[in-house]
Design a protein around this ligand. Structure first.
Ligand SMILES: [Zn+2]
Length: 217
């Protein structure tokens, strides 16, 4: 079965934001996601299985098709390690979501969440090497052949880069009633409201139209 993670829109503008968006209907006032916790499958969570994480990583371009196949094979041989990596991925995703949300409301993030991100960064750095090429020097990931957690390295980096270098006042949450997706608003006049017009933008228009109809009846 094709994973829904492989078909989702990548609208965040940053890898780390698209990763946080692997849950639908996350808005805090949405009753559907009140019970969101690590290891519990919630409605709208696209990362129910490790294979979903691999499918999303391929979709996002952080693993190649060959790497994805290798990860699938490797995961079947190491079920316990695979489960641990999925747990780390969800933990990282939820920590990032809380960090981003606190940033949007000018609150200090919880140190435990920053700790989670730093732990993943430290892990990622072990696999980073500076290599010389004809065009100069570049960073490369090494030892990724059989590393079940290889997709977490670029995600952690993307989050660190975003938090330390980007204009965080451009971080937005979709205006859709239940959506909760995050994105970096790179529009010139900072006016982007929706994850995607065809999803939440149109839904909101329909909702407003219905409200108007009701109130005028
Ligand atoms: Zn939306």
């Amino acid at each position: 079965m094709r994973s829904s993670a492989a078909g989702m829109r990548l609208i965040g503008g940053r890898l780390c934001l698209d990763f946080v968006n692997t849950i639908d209907g996350r808005k805090s006032d949405s009753p559907r996601t009140k019970s969101t916790s690590i290891n519990s499958v919630v409605l709208g969570d696209k990362l129910g299985e490790y294979s979903d994480l691999v499918a999303w990583s391929l979709h996002s371009g952080i693993v190649t098709a060959a790497e994805a196949r290798r990860l699938e094979q490797e995961s079947k041989r190491k079920p316990a390690a695979t489960k641990a990596v999925l747990g780390r991925a969800i933990q990282l995703r939820e920590a990032l979501h809380r960090i981003f949300k606190s940033t949007m409301t000018q609150r200090k993030p919880q140190s435990v969440d920053l700790e989670t991100l730093n732990d993943e960064l430290q892990e990622a750095r072990k696999h980073e090497r500076l290599v010389a090429s004809t065009k100069g020097f570049t960073w490369q990931w090494i030892d990724s052949e059989a590393a079940l957690d290889q997709m977490l390295w670029p995600i952690a980096y993307s989050a660190a880069e975003f938090l330390s270098e980007a204009d965080l006042s451009r971080l937005r949450e979709c205006g859709g009633e239940e959506c909760g997706w995050l994105f970096e608003d790179t529009s010139r006049n900072r006016s982007r409201q929706w994850c995607h017009m065809q999803d939440c933008g149109n839904l909101e228009k329909v909702r407003r139209f219905r409200t108007r109809l009701r109130s005028s009846a």
